[in-house]
Design a protein around this ligand. Structure first.
Ligand code: HEC
Length: 206
């Protein structure tokens, strides 16, 4: 009886999977093989961790040239939303001054970085955040005056936390890293970065 139940639920999962599974990109296997042949593990930089995509990344690669179907994007976003853990003490805001240092730092993950040091978030690589910092990327929208424009209340605090924790919960194929879900930042670091976005005293909101 037990075996039968397991078989039945496995079939149900497969059937549900088929409705939403994207076609595999024809280039996926080839590019993985090239990358495996061309790169070597070095210290904490492991080839397998860098090039093996999870199901969300595979789906986004498969639809790179087409808009991803709406129902698939929505189911992927719901899956990513379910990975988000709220702060354990319920407080979203840490210290914006530490948040600014984290946003500025691109340390972490490379073979030449000390794995014992906490990683940075490199937010400035993609976003403008303050007027003081003149060097920033424009892949993402400017976040200057983020809370001043969007509001300082609990709903926006929660959105900022969720977006930093797992950006793909709102935009299935976002190019923003999943800082909480992938363990890039600690809980305290995410609070500090959220404070940089949300604190009325932060230079982001001046
Ligand atoms: C590799 C580029 C990249 C990095 C690094 C990055 N982001 Fe983003 N971010 C984006 C892109 C692209 C968008 C817009 C598309 C989307 O929503 O995914 C975005 C959107 C956002 C939004 C939503 C803006 C809105 O108007 O709703 C917030 C908030 C945000 N990022 C905060 C951050 C913070 C804080 C960091 C650092 C902890 C960071 N991002 C790092 C690329 C990046």
């Amino acid at each position: 009886m037990k075996t039968k139940l397991i078989v039945l639920s496995a079939t149900a999962a497969l059937a549900a999977g088929c409705a939403t599974t994207p076609p595999e990109s024809p280039y996926y296997a080839k590019s993985v093989a090239y990358m495996k042949a061309g790169f070597k593990d070095r210290g904490q930089a492991k080839v397998s961790e860098r090039i093996e995509q999870d199901s969300l990344q595979k789906a986004c690669s498969a639809y790179k040239t087409d808009p991803i179907p709406k129902d698939l994007a929505e189911s992927m976003q719901a899956e990513q939303m379910a990975t988000i853990k709220p702060p354990s003490d319920g407080k979203y805001l840490g210290d914006w001054k530490s948040g600014e240092k984290i946003a500025q730092s691109g340390q972490g993950g490379q073979y030449s970085d000390d794995p014992k040091r906490p990683s940075g978030a490199n937010c400035y690589a993609c976003h403008q955040l303050t007027k003081e910092e003149l060097s920033y990327g424009t892949i993402g929208p400017s976040l200057f005056n983020f809370a001043k424009v969007r509001g300082f209340g609990p709903e926006i605090q929660k959105y900022a936390w969720n977006k930093v924790y797992n950006s793909h919960a709102y935009s299935a194929c976002s190019s923003m890293p999943r800082f909480g879900h992938k363990g890039i930042l600690t809980e305290q670091q995410i609070k500090d970065v959220v404070a940089l976005l949300m604190d009325p005293n932060s230079p982001v909101n001046k």
